[in-house]
Design a protein around this ligand. Sequence first.
Ligand SMILES: [Zn+2]
Length: 222
Amino acid sequence: MNVNQCPTPKKRAYDSRDAAHARAVVSDRKLNPYRCQCGKWHLTMRDTAAPTVQEDALELLAAMTDEQFDNCVTAELHGSATPETAAALRTPDMAPRWGAVLKRRLATMQAELALKKGVDDLATKQWRASMVRRMGFIHGRQIEVNSIMKAALHQAQTSEQQLRTRAANAAKRRLVGAHFAEYREYVTEELARRGLQFDDRTEEVEGLHDQERRARDGRPST
Ligand SMILES: [Zn+2]
């Protein structure tokens, strides 16, 4: 892409930051002006500088009317959507809206098929075959939507689980730090039961030199 070519020609362009800002302040969304490589100013919902093409495609989709969004879904089904739009549809942000359009479309097609049930002339047979083929493509997209949403849910659950584990570990470290003498006593007892002695190696393994120092210095453990 030419450096001076606008990556987002569909976005409204302003001649100056002031002009863009003047538009931003009357919008009910929070919009920020940014200088584009095309030399003009655009508005973005993002807080930071110019968005990437991918994020921009996401914003464009999010701002679309239902009719415009429908047209994008059709273009994607026909393979004529831009790679950025196709990728933006496949994000957890857009997948639910995409999935809803696909579901409605499939229902419409099923209703059309039902209307012609039992009609068996050649033209109808051909039409039916083409409908079934198109429904297969839509069904494939629905499978994609489901796996995107499932992955997003899994991701959210995983990060919550990680946070919980980290919190528990931090709490254990604080507990050990606050009661180090007691902890050392317990470890010594448990080691003795197993015929071992508390020694530097044990402390090394448990990472307790640090804990002991922190406990002594009265600094909070991290
Ligand atoms: Zn531009």
